[in-house]
Design a protein around this ligand. Structure first.
Ligand code: ATP
Ligand code: MG
Length: 438
């Protein structure tokens, strides 16, 4: 992409009402545009990142055996009356009437809708286990939408729903999601910590929030440093194997949000292992048994011929929140530092002398070599001042920068810069391409 042809409305100042760094940087880099309280347009640069996160989530869900589909944003109120949640959900639900005066709503979540799909087709345990997911916009009329996309009213969520005959089956489905989540966040360059969450009236031990650490996080969190060091199970994990040990290894350490905090247990840890920080919730997994299947009559025939309500769990990831979360976790005073896996463009090419034939030719040659390797570069071909170009490239945070100038070309070199470390080296154009594509 040539910058002169692109739509990248970068600005120097962040609006005064953007209080946290990710919100400021997303506005300054022209990733998003606010269109209403908690409602945003995703501008081209922002959309690229959103799509990359979506794709990682998709790949890790698919790897775990879940199956993608797409449900609508608008739902019938009557479905929610069946589960009893239409009245219970309260003011966070955006309620709408169509021209026939039928009550509808903009989905804040999809348990009812997926249960309705399920009961229409699945009648026997032989069709189980099943895990269906989608990535779709949700609307929740949050009391305090804030921090940009971190707490929006309209936001993109990945939500998966598992169906099993037995509680043990549902627990196995839960463990798959637990592992898939850790792998997905890890691929995004994040350390996400699973923390026991409140299961509400259902009880049990099967609810975890996945939290990333950031000073601007909305909740206080407490955990054992040894858990942080454990890392994700890894992409070679066999999802059909017994995942009990993998999950147990990661749930035996102390890790809790404010609501679940047990000060006595935490204080019993040695000093150097106590991590007390703030965190952002990027995912939440939940086993809830027959909470929806029983009232909505989603029943399946077991091997003994009996009809029983199906065992369910639901699993959410805040896809749009993650864009802000990643920036909170990865930036410096000059701007964003995208982890390679989610960067909007892997590399930016800066032409130091736009209009100069040799510089233009060298930049186009680099651009073409990247294109051949399946990489789209962002080529700054504008005639802005060099300082302005450097600052803008740092601000938007592409992992690699290549600076092409007449002096270097005389020596047969370009400057290759790694955004994360600031390290700059002079190499041949071929070597620069090799390092980035290799
Ligand atoms: P929170 O406590 O932050 O309000 P929640 O418990 O209401 O979250 P879930 O219903 O579990 O959230 O939704 C799944 C995921 O969707 C959350 O883990 C979070 O990452 C994301 N999410 C929830 N609400 C919002 C929002 N208003 N804006 C952006 N992302 C959100
Ligand atoms: Mg909420």
């Amino acid at each position: 992409m040539r910058l002169s042809n692109y739509f990248l409305p970068v600005s120097k100042e962040a609006p005064a009402d953007a209080s946290i760094v990710s919100h400021q940087l997303m506005l300054r880099t022209g990733m998003i545009r606010q269109n209403g309280a908690g409602i945003y347009s995703w501008l081209p640069l922002g959309l690229r990142v959103l799509k990359r996160i979506e794709q990682i989530v998709r790949e890790e869900m698919d790897r775990s055996g879940a199956i993608e589909m797409l449900m609508p944003t608008l739902q019938q109120a009557d479905l929610w009356r069946e589960s009893g949640r239409y009245e219970a959900y309260g003011k966070e639900m955006l309620r709408i009437k169509d021209r026939h005066d039928r009550e509808m709503l903009y989905g804040p979540t999809n348990e009812e809708l997926i249960t309705d799909v399920f009961r229409a087709y699945v009648k026997s345990y032989k069709q189980l286990p099943l895990n269906l997911y989608h990535q779709q916009w949700k609307f929740r009329d949050e009391v305090r939408p804030r921090f940009g996309v971190m707490r929006g009213r309209e936001f993109l969520m990945k939500d998966a729903y598992s169906f099993d005959l037995t509680e043990e089956g549902a627990r196995a489905a839960y463990r798959k999601m637990f592992c898939a989540y850790l792998n997905a966040f890890d691929r995004m360059g994040l350390t996400a910590i699973p923390m026991r969450a409140d299961t509400g009236p259902i009880g049990g031990d099967l609810s975890h929030e996945f939290i990333i650490l950031a000073d601007t996080g909305e909740s206080a969190v407490f955990c054992d440093r040894e858990l942080l060091a454990l890392g994700a199970p890894g992409l070679d994990l066999d999802f059909n194997s017994d995942l009990v040990p993998v999950v147990e290894q990661r749930t035996r350490y102390y890790a809790a949000t404010e609501e679940m905090h047990d000060a006595a247990a935490f204080d019993a840890l040695p000093d150097e292992r106590r991590v007390s920080a703030r965190g952002i919730e990027v995912g939440h997994i939940f086993y809830f048994g027959t909470k929806y299947s029983a009232p909505m009559n989603a029943v399946v025939q077991g091997p003994d011929g009996q009809m029983v309500p199906v065992q369910m769990g639901s699993y959410g990831i805040g896809v749009s929140r993650l864009v802000g979360g990643i920036i909170e976790a990865s930036h410096d005073e000059n701007g964003i530092i995208w982890p390679d896996a989610v960067a909007p463009f892997p590399v930016g090419i800066i032409n130091m002398r736009a209009g100069d034939a040799a510089c233009e030719e060298a930049c186009v040659s680099l651009y073409t070599q990247f294109a051949k390797a399946g990489i789209e570069a962002l080529y700054d071909d504008t005639d802005d001042r060099a300082g302005a170009k450097f600052a803008r490239m740092d601000l938007i945070g592409l992992p690699w920068q290549i600076v092409v100038g007449p002096k270097g070309l005389e020596k047969g070199v370009v400057e290759l810069k790694r955004r994360k470390t600031g390290e700059k080296i002079e190499v041949s154009a071929e070597e620069a391409v090799r390092r980035i594509t290799g």
